[in-house]
Design a protein around this ligand. Structure first.
Ligand code: ANZ
Ligand code: ZN
Length: 873
């Protein structure tokens, strides 16, 4: 064997051998405990970046460890392959999206294989393949049958130049389309939705079951679902039969209502607007319709509104208050109307100041009213006056009700309940639970996605495509111009079909599904990825699921994970799955950051200067000569601070890249790419290489160690070995502390280098253990070294070592030293020391030397394992 560590000689060799041996194939279902290790599948952009490498390395170490610990492991990979970039590439380069995508997949698969990941490639899925999207469509129809898929008018971003719908992310902060630069309009179009709101409560409650998820992710999900408890209250319109229904979380402030506000889209605007106000109101509504939801609700933007001229009656006070229309009220939330309480809501306060609406305080801080006798009958004018003057901003805390009729004197908490009860008894309101979560808009007026499998028939309405006609294939040879919307709408031969139900000429749905749909169920397909008859065999999927460890980016903390949880629950309710939550444990890995330089005097993209262009000793802007700031930032093209995985691999090998990534930072933290540390790991692997090859050359000991008869150096080394086993195992057990696990390996390697018993079977145990524990981290070098030690079989099929607690015990006891029966000191001594040895340890101790100097030792009494007494005169 070569005496030098040369990764290029061994890495591809072993990758091939492992593939031939089928080492990464998933074992069949057996009684052996299972472990499902899953990385979030990538979008096939065509090239792998460091973020991918980190993500997949983490999952791979876990998968390899679990195999060695005796689990049967499922560790698959696939492609989230539908989506816009393929369409854009097609528009820019004239390559059909399918071709572009499959080319990228082939390229990235090669790159992934070069990482030596223990992936079962037989289970690869690509969401753009008809074998896969057939089942995406089938699942959509399951939702349809369950009454969970429906069509409704919804406001979308419409690019008037390109005549197409654009996603929110494609509209810039000034409301312009990224493609045409035209000001985007809001347009009402019929869209498809999934009723995720039906599952809001369960999606929220079941977060408690996810004990293996980061708290932060659960909190983000809970906030996204946004449960709030409040009241639905009706305010009758003066002179009409209609009522304005509002949703409020502060019914305790109802005596402070000075106006009600309708969303511009609210149908009642037509009813309540007076003829005088009509032209102004219509102009206002038209203007607001141009704005995105983000613009309308941005906190730093002044809220704008207009009075309708209409009035409502506050059912609690009998007073009339004006009806306004304002941009900040969203039609889709609550009832699309709110009661304005400027005294107790910051937004309403600002609004009232701008439009000169009355501000009346009805809640006071308990301290401020402590001296007042607040009963429903006591006059509160005095205190109202005082407080109205003193509070010159909204008082938003709960407190004590003032000027609130029979509720005066109650706490906000009690009053909320009492006011809702009263409204219920009088029939103008009730308790209402409201979620911020809205139904999921899944239709895209886009080509490169799974077609929604329905047919619109003039007689039957919406008719689902029969299961046997699935998949509804996406025609692959299309021309994409980027204008005029999806090319599907123009493919008459594809669009025109007979109705499956009555045979009348009908039209296919031309919308495709949001790509988040594709990724909401892929993890259910891996356990049975090649099934052509079923979406999956429930027995297989139920056996493997839930995913035991899911690893991916924090950017998916909300939508992808929420949608996957939703799909799981719906398919469970359809009888296909027997569990509630798809991902038992979640690890969100941090970003990979690269060194970059920033010119603080410039803005936007121009301020970044790639580290290739500056002198690190005196970093200056090459254009202006200004001094630059040095910092780490997430690797990106615009900052020019990316490090290409292939460069690192060709220089150091993939094992070093893996070791560096795992060692440099705990997995959930950001990681600063640092070449010096990469080299440090390369040197470590070189040391291990030398240590093992030196030993292998010197002759591997096959003797079994006599544990009862070890020398001191052997015991010490054995303790180091088992401390390392314990440390690495614990570091990998719960929190996946790869960085400290690697440190343990380094310590063990040092202990072996320093060991004084290189001929002992204990040393042999140490070398084998080091190599075995290195295997999940640096699989190629570990395999090569394993073979060099003369072992048979792959290292990756070995059993993970277990720690012998006996070896850890500090082999020492405390010996008491007495002089003439009086205790003078304690000293540590080896536990096994016999009488003579104990006496020798005692005599050599500093105390005894001191007390016996110039004196005669008459007698030495040794109590084994306890004490030594010197009788001196
Ligand atoms: C009166 C009030 C008084 C309110 C007060 C707050 C404080 P969450 O917790 O998010 O559910 N609201 C209701 N529907 C709205 C809509 N469609 N668009 C904009 N705002 C809306 O928020 C509920 C509160 O948000 C409601 O309680 C309502 O204002 C406002 F001192 O009602 B509140
Ligand atoms: Zn029909």
């Amino acid at each position: 064997m070569d005496s030098r560590y040369n990764p290029a000689d061994i890495e591809e060799k072993w990758q091939q051998t492992w593939a031939e041996l089928g080492l990464d194939q998933t074992p069949a279902n057996t009684k052996v405990p299972k472990f499902y290790a899953l990385s979030m599948f990538p979008y096939p952009s065509g090239s792998l970046h460091m973020g991918h490498v980190r993500n997949y390395t983490i999952t791979d170490v876990i998968a390899r460890l679990k195999r060695m610990q005796g689990y049967r492991v499922l560790h698959p990979m696939g492609w989230d392959a539908f989506g816009l970039p393929a369409e854009n590439a097609a528009i820019d380069r004239g390559v059909p999206p399918a071709k572009w995508t499959y080319q990228n997949i082939a390229q990235m698969r090669q790159q992934l294989k070069r990482l030596g990941l223990s992936i079962d490639w037989d289970r690869e899925v690509a969401t753009c393949s008809p074998d896969y999207y057939k089942w995406t469509q089938w699942i959509f129809l399951q939702f349809w049958q369950a009454g969970l898929a429906y069509q409704k008018e919804a406001a979308v971003n419409w690019d008037p130049v390109d005549q197409t719908v654009v996603a929110n992310e494609q509209v810039d902060s000034e409301g312009r389309s990224w493609r045409s630069g035209a000001k985007v309009e809001r347009k009402l179009l019929r869209q498809w939705f999934l009723k995720i709101t039906d599952y809001a409560e369960e999606l929220l409650n079941d977060l408690d079951k996810l004990t293996g998820w980061p708290e932060r992710v659960k909190l983000m999900q809970a906030n996204w679902i946004g449960k709030s408890t409040g009241a639905y209250l009706e305010f009758p319109v003066v002179g009409k039969d209609e009522k304005v229904a509002v949703y409020t979380t502060r019914p305790d402030t109802v005596y402070g209502v000075s106006y009600v506000v309708l969303a511009p889209e609210h149908p009642l605007t037509q009813v309540v607007t007076t003829p005088e106000q009509k032209p102004a109101v219509e102009a206002f509504i038209q203007e607001v319709s141009q704005q995105s939801e983000l613009e309308r609700t941005a906190e730093d933007k002044p809220k704008r509104g207009i009075p309708t001229g209409g009035q409502v009656i506050n059912p609690f006070t009998g007073e009339q208050v004006p009806i306004w229309i304002a941009d900040y009220v969203l039609y889709e939330y609550g009832t699309g109307a709110v009661m304005g309480v400027p005294a107790h809501d910051v937004r309403d306060f600002k609004f009232a100041r701008v439009y000169n609406l009355p501000i009346e305080f009805v809640i006071a801080s308990p301290d401020d009213v402590a001296d007042f006798d607040l009963t429903p009958t006591s006059p509160t004018d005095e205190i109202t006056k005082v407080i109205n003057i003193e509070y010159n901003q909204a008082y938003t805390e709960p407190g004590i009700l003032i000027n609130s009729g029979s509720f005066t004197g109650m706490s906000s908490t009690d009053a909320k309940e009492a006011i809702i009860k009263y409204a219920e008894s009088e029939n103008f309101g009730k308790l209402r639970i409201q979620y911020r979560l809205r139904d999921w808009l899944i239709s895209r007026q886009r080509y490169w996605g799974a077609p929604i499998p329905v047919i619109h028939c003039p007689n039957c309405g919406i008719v689902p495509v029969p299961d046997e006609d699935l998949p509804v294939r996406l025609p692959e040879e299309v021309e994409l111009t980027g204008r005029g919307g999806s090319p599907l709408t123009q493919l008459e031969s594809w669009v025109n079909v007979p109705c499956p139900s009555c045979g009348t000429p009908a039209r296919r749905e031309t919308d495709t599904m949001d790509t988040f749909i594709d990724s909401s169920w892929y993890f259910l397909r891996y356990p049975d990825a090649q099934n052509t008859e079923q979406v999956f065999d429930p027995a297989k999927t139920n056996d493997w699921m839930p995913v035991d460890q899911y690893v991916g980016g924090i950017e998916h903390a909300i939508l992808h994970l929420l949608y996957s949880r939703f799909f799981t629950k719906v398919l469970r309710d359809r009888g296909l799955l027997n569990f509630d939550e798809p991902f038992a444990r979640l690890l969100t890995q941090g970003m990979v950051q690269g060194l970059t330089y920033m010119n603080p005097n410039k803005s936007g993209k121009d301020k970044w200067v790639s580290s290739h262009l500056v002198n690190p000793a005196d970093p200056r802007d090459p254009q202006t000569g200004e001094p630059l700031q040095r910092l780490y930032a997430t690797m990106s093209k615009s900052k020019g601070n990316g490090v290409a995985p292939e460069d690192v691999i060709s220089k150091y090998g993939v094992d070093t890249a893996r070791m560096f990534i795992l060692f440099k930072a705990p997995p959930e933290k950001d990681l600063e790419w640092d070449e010096a540390d990469v080299e440090g790991q390369f040197r470590f692997l070189n040391r291990v290489w030398r240590l093992v090859t030196d030993y292998a050359t010197a002759g591997v000991s096959r003797k079994k160690a006599e544990l009862s008869n070890l020398t001191k150096p052997e015991k010490e080394l054995r303790r180091a070995i088992h401390t390392a086993i314990q440390g690495v195992t614990e570091d990998l057990e719960d929190e996946y502390q790869f960085n400290t696990a690697v440190s343990e390996l380094m310590k063990l390697s040092n202990a072996l280098t320093d060991a004084e018993c290189k001929n002992s079977p204990i040393y042999a145990e140490g070398v084998q253990t080091l190599v075995i524990m290195l295997a999940p981290f640096a699989p190629h070098i570990a395999e090569e070294l394993w073979q060099s030690l003369g072992n048979s079989g792959s290292i990756h099929t070995q059993t993970w070592p277990s720690c012998d607690p006996g070896a850890l015990v500090a082999e020492e006891i405390t010996l008491v030293i007495q002089i003439n029966g009086k205790k003078r000191a304690d000293i540590p001594v080896p536990a096994q020391a016999d009488k003579a040895e104990l006496e020798r340890y005692a005599r050599e101790s500093e105390v005894v030397q001191r007390y016996t100097e110039g004196k005669e030792i008459k007698k030495v009494i040794v109590v084994p394992g306890k004490l030594v007494n010197f009788v001196v005169v």
